[in-house]
Structure formats: C-alpha cells, structure tokens
Design a protein around this ligand. Structure first.
Ligand code: HEC
Ligand code: HEC
Length: 647
C-alpha cells in the first residue's frame, strides 16, 4: 500500500526532506520556540473550530452562545479555556521567538525576507487576539475594544475611514461584531496559514541559524530535535490546560451600551501601551502621537534591523540587540506599573468588584429557572433588582443615606475637606442597610436617638437646633428630643428590663412582619403578642398601658392607610411601615402629612427623576424581593465610616 502511494505521490522523499533537515551542532532547547508557535496555532485552529460550532455572532446571541459553551456544553469551558490561554501563550512565545532571533542574529542577510515575514505574522497574531476579545460580546470586551476602534480613528488622514471600515459604519455595534468575527475566523487565520507556510519554506531554504556549531556532533531534525520540540509543546499544552481548568476563562456581564464600564482594560499584553498612553506628557501630545506615531516608529526600527546590521556591520547588530532588550525592559516595566497602579486604585478596584458581581449574577440568572429571556441576556441585569437597586440607590439616595456605610455599590462617599484632601463624607440621613428588618425595628424601639443620630450631621439639623436654642419655634426631626425620642428614652429602663425582654422581642417581630420583607420567616404567636403591645399596650411594669397607637393611629392597618392622612396630627403613619407599598409612597412623598409633613427634609423622588420601573427595582432590592443570589453582597463599610466621623 505504502509503495503504491509513494509511487503515485512521492511522499517518501517529501517526508525525508522534512524530517532529515540537518541540525549542525546538535539538537538544542533554544531551537524549540518556532515549533511551539506552530503548535499553539494548530491548537487555536482546532479549539477555534470547536467554539465556532456553538458560537453565534450577533448582539443578541453572542454572549448567550458563549454562556452556553462555558456553562452548559460538554467540556465547553475547557475548550474555551484552551483557546483563551493558548492565545496568550502565543503572544508570549512570539515575543521570546523575536528576542531570540535578534540576539542570535537570525534576521541578518540572507534571512531578511524571513524576518519580515515574521513581523507580518506577529501583526496577524496581534490582530487575532484583538478581534477575539470582542467576540463574547461581554462588557469587558465591548468596552476595551471600543477603545481600540477609537484609537484607529486617530490614524492621520484616513483615521475616520479606517474606524468606519473596522466598525462596520459610524456606530459601534452589531456590524462591528460580525466584521470582527469575519476577521477573526476567516481573513486573519487564512493570512496566517499563508504567511506561516512562506515563513517555514524560507526558513528551510536557509536552514537553522546555528548558535554554536561545535556544541555537539551534527544531527538531523528527526528524531533528536523533534523530541525536544515535542517536549516543549507538551509543556505549553500542560500549562494552558492547567490554567483552563484551574482559572476558567472569564465571561463578564452581557454588553450593555447603557451601562458605563469603568473597569475596561485591554488584554494584559497590551497593557503596556495602555499605560504608555496615560503618561501626561504623552497625553498632551495627543492620541495620534502616542498610539500611532510612536508604535509606528518602533515597528519601523524593528523592520529596518536587517538593513541596520548590513550597513553598520557588527555595530549595527549590537545596536539591534540593545534596542530589543530596551523594548523588552520598557514593556515589562510599563506592564508592571499598570498592574501596580490598578491594584492601588480604589476606584478601579471597586469597578472591578462590581464588574465581577455583575458577571456572576448574569450567569446565575441565565442558569436560573427563568433562563435567558427572548429579548436577550442584556435584559437579565436590566430587570434584576439585585443589580439595579444598588445603582439606583447610589444615584438617588447616597447623597444623604448610606447602605451599610457605602453608596449601595460598595464604595465610600468621599468629599473634599477644608484642606482639599479627600475624606470619607459623613452621612446626613440614616443608614438603610438593615431597613425594615428586625435589627432596624429594634434600633427604633429601644435606641431611637442613636438609630437616627446620623441626621445630626446635616446642616438643616444644625440650623434648626441653633434656632431652637435661640428660642424660635421650629419643627424638625430631633433624634434627641421629640415625642418619639421621649417615649423610648423615657422608657428605656423598662424596655431593657428582663420583665419586658420577651415583649420587646414580640413587638419587633410584629413590626418586622408588618414590613414583610421577602425571605424572612415569622412566628405568628409572637406577632400576635406584638400587635397587642403596639395597639393596646400590654406591657409589664411602668410601660403598661402605653402603646404606639396613642400617637400612631394607623399601626397595624393596611397600606394605604384609611384615612390616608393621620399625619395631620404630626405622627407618621405606621400602616405597614417599612413594606414595599409604604416605601414606594414614602420615596415619592416624604413630605406628605401621613409621613413627616412639615418636619420633612428628604427630597421627594418624582417620576421625572426616578421612573416607576426604577422605583420598583429600587424598592424590590431594599425589601429583598428578588431571586436569591449566591454572589456575595458588597462588604459593609460601617467601621470605616464610623472611624472617619469620630476623628
Ligand atoms: C437630601 C437628602 C436625602 C435624600 C437624597 C434621600 N433621603 Fe431619605 N431621608 C432623608 C432624611 C433627612 C430623612 C429623615 C426623614 C425626613 O426628613 O423625611 C430620610 C428618611 C428616609 C427614610 C425613613 C427612615 C425612617 O424610618 O424614618 C427612608 C426609608 C428613606 N429616607 C429612604 C430614602 C431613599 C430610598 C432615597 C433615595 C430614593 C432617599 N431616602 C433619598 C434624607 C434624604
Ligand atoms: C408619644 C407619641 C409617640 C409614641 C407613643 C410612639 N411614637 Fe413613634 N413617632 C412619634 C413621632 C412624633 C414621630 C416622628 C419622628 C420625630 O419627630 O422624631 C415618630 C416616628 C416613628 C417612626 C419613624 C417613622 C417613619 O415614618 O420613618 C417609627 C418607626 C415609629 N415612630 C415607631 C413607633 C413605635 C413602634 C411605637 C410604639 C412602640 C411608637 N413609635 C410610639 C411619636 C410617637
């Protein structure tokens, strides 16, 4: 059979030609880099085709299909992980290969042509990683790639045209994705195969650039060098596979043009350029200078290397070596700087934490019972109270309130002090992190002054207090001295006494059940006991006979309370206090007579400022009415806030 085949194709000679290439000075580890690159590229082709068989390029299906690959497809995450990490390995191996070629002088005549082919290959590989980054259509890729297409527009003269071409029109969107996919899976790989064939052909024509011909006796490619190459390729495969399994490739939240993504960064091997562009001096000279002119000059010098060495001889070679080392060091330093600065940048870390939370949450919702809605994964988070609540809180409420010490999104509220130094700002309204829960109710009933003490940081409070001290009559909420404060502090001994311990527990149970936040479970016997205490005042000891209903007539009623405005008497309604319906009404009309009336200091959030949909999302988040999440909430910042205020 083999003879028959050889007779007709002459493959034996071809194999002999391919395998018995002479390796003067013996097989060596330093020759393996080229082979590892061919290997990783082959791996990319194979995993790439596998991914393609499940990938669907459109703004409504790209994230969804990558989600499927990553979370549902059989070993999909390993295939995607291999593709993800092998792409990075390829860039690293390419850099090593390039440095080695320059150091060994393998670029010199008569190998100039092959050096230039190598540079073209390098550009193609970088193009592949750039286009690949966008394909999952997640927030990370979407925003990082937008930076790239904006850089394209900085090209002199043809910039806007280049941008339009890459983007598929004047907008960055669906056509950008389909174009990038065509580049990534069609044009660039085809070009890579073609140039790689040329590269290997020309390489074989001139043979290896022998590092030290006397190193060992001459040998042939097969089997000595092939063995070393195979070991190196397996090592690369092992590293990439390990990473794919131990650190699965990330999929951030579905791309949403409406949600700014501050954590956007390019792939780590482009970070040096990103960092370079942020130098003030570079920024001042403009994007064209930093992103086009400087890289252009560097590529120019690189391309000219064979000619430099030809013209300047040995000195030219030394110059080239110095240049490649200089570049390697500069890139390493800039990359480390970028990582270091990001790690110490609070804002960036917070944005990263939020991006991570959103990504996890999107995946959690997509794999939940409701699955991905027909209008695409982007609405998963748009309709999710757990995601939108914190954002709305930060936007509409965090100017005065905090949520466990933070803005709702995990960050501290900072303000400038008199010396123009940023300090943690003091909240001017109560912290709503525990709103409506037992903890909250306990605070109000047993420690009213302390619970609302945050109000005392507000300017209106200081002004009102000054007026009151001057003998003027002012109506304001005074945590230290109001009927409510007097009732709790006047009865504090009795409230905290052992004989009323069970009663306080029952009252709190009743109040928390009235608020009725999702997920909480209540004891109905306790609720009944609490209701009696609130409305009839069956307390023990001195408290006996005093009830909440003496002042708050609507306690225990349904909301909206009938009559709606018992507040005319100056007592906020307690009808379903803390419930979703109460909260919605309060946010819209805090100054209504049924709430704080003339004492109110909170700005009403009208539908113009906060739409009904957003109000619903915010309130559902605050009352725990959303699908449960395994994604941890932002850590509390109360200690930091308290420490800052006590200073
Ligand atoms: C301008 C500052 C300010 C803003 C903004 C603000 N609040 Fe208030 N909030 C207050 C003050 C002051 C009070 C005390 C009662 C009052 O003045 O009506 C209060 C009271 C509350 C209470 C009642 C707590 C209680 O039981 O007494 C809730 C709940 C509340 N705010 C929620 C919100 C929400 C939700 C937002 C965002 C939509 C918000 N607030 C925005 C200042 C503010
Ligand atoms: C002596 C009259 C009085 C009694 C008794 C009283 N309160 Fe109040 N309460 C007030 C007043 C007045 C306010 C308005 C806040 C202020 O001026 O400090 C208030 C405010 C509140 C608030 C904040 C309301 C809001 O809309 O944010 C809650 C909650 C509350 N009371 C619960 C209770 C409970 C529970 C009881 C019974 C254990 C009770 N109160 C007993 C007078 C009273």
């Amino acid at each position: 059979m083999i003879n028959w085949l050889d007779n007709r194709t002459g493959f034996r000679e071809l194999m002999h030609e391919a395998l018995y290439e002479r390796v003067p000075g013996g097989a060596r580890w330093r020759y393996v880099w080229g082979s590892t690159l061919v290997f990783t590229f082959t791996l990319q082709m194979i995993t790439g085709f596998m991914l393609w068989s499940a990938y669907s390029p459109s703004t409504r299906t790209a994230w969804e299909s990558v989600y499927y690959i990553q979370n549902e497809m059989f070993i999909g995450y390993i295939i995607r992980g291999l593709h993800h990490y092998a792409a990075q390995a390829m860039v690293v191996l390419m850099a090593i290969h390039l440095v080695q070629v320059v150091i060994d002088g393998a670029y010199k005549a008569p190998r100039e042509m092959n050096f230039w082919l190598g540079i073209v290959l390098m550009m193609i590989v970088l193009g592949l990683s750039l286009t690949g980054y966008l394909l999952p259509w997640d927030q990370k890729g979407y925003y990082a790639t937008q930076v790239t297409t904006n850089i394209m527009s900085a090209t002199p003269v043809v910039g806007p045209e280049v941008q339009k071409l890459a983007q598929g029109g004047s907008d960055y969107g669906h056509l950008t994705l389909t174009r990038f996919f065509a580049m990534h899976a069609g044009i660039l790989p085809a070009a890579l195969v073609a140039f790689l064939a040329l590269h290997i052909y020309v390489f074989r024509r001139h043979g290896l650039t022998v590092h030290d011909a006397k190193h060992a006796p001459d040998t042939t490619f097969w089997p000595d060098q092939v063995l070393k190459d195979a070991v190196a390729c397996l090592a690369v495969l092992a590293v990439v596979l390990m990473l794919a399994i131990l650190r699965p490739a990330e999929l951030s939240a579905p791309a949403d043009p409406a949600v700014k993504f501050d954590a956007a960064r390019p792939e780590w091997y482009f970070l040096f350029l990103f960092r370079f562009l942020r130098f003030h001096a570079v920024e001042a000279l403009g994007l064209t200078f930093g992103a086009i002119v400087v890289p252009g000059i560097i590529m120019g010098i690189l391309t000219m290397m064979p000619i430099t060495a030809q013209v300047l001889g040995e000195w030219g070679h030394r110059l080239n070596k110095a240049f490649i080392w200089l570049m390697a060091i500069a890139i390493a330093v800039l990359t480390v700087m970028a990582f270091y600065e990001d790690a110490n940048d609070r804002g960036h870390q917070a944005a990263l934490a939020e991006a991570h939370r959103d990504g996890q949450r999107a995946i959690e919702l997509a794999s939940g019972p409701d699955k991905i809605p027909v209008d695409g994964a982007v609405s998963l988070l748009r309709r999710d109270p757990y995601t939108q609540g914190p954002r709305l809180f930060a936007q509409h409420c965090a100017a005065c309130h905090r949520y466990n010490g933070h803005t709702g999104r995990g960050t501290l509220v900072m303000e400038m002090n008199a010396e123009k130094v940023p300090v943690i700002g003091a909240p001017t309204a109560v912290d709503l992190g525990t709103f409506g829960k037992r903890e909250w109710m306990t605070g109000i009933v047993t420690d009213y002054s302390n619970h609302f003490a945050w109000l005392k940081n507000a300017q209106w409070f200081k002004d009102a207090q000054a007026k009151a001290a001057a003998g003027e009559s002012v109506e304001f909420i005074n945590p230290d001295g109001s009927e409510m404060a007097d009732w709790t502090s006047g009865n504090v001994e009795s409230l905290k006494s052992a004989e009323n311990a069970d009663n306080v527990k029952a009252l709190v149970e009743f109040l928390a059940a009235e608020a009725g936040h999702a997920g909480a479970e209540f004891d109905s016997a306790l609720i009944e006991q609490g209701r009696k205490l609130a409305t009839e005042g069956n307390w023990a000891g001195a408290l006996n006979g005093t009830s909440c209903k003496q002042c708050h007539e609507t306690i225990g009623d349904a909301f909206p309370a009938q009559p709606t405005d018992d507040g005319a008497s100056g007592y906020p309604t307690m009808a379903k206090y803390g419930s979703a319906a109460w909260l919605k009404d309060f946010i819209r009309n805090p100054g209504a007579a049924r709430h704080y009336g003339a004492k109110n200091q909170m700005t009403a959030s009208t539908p113009e400022k906060l739409t009904d949909t957003d109000l619903d999302l915010l309130v559902r988040w605050m009352t725990g009415d959303h699908t449960a999440s395994k994604v941890p909430d932002y850590p509390g910042q109360m200690e930091a806030v308290k420490a800052a205020i006590s200073k």
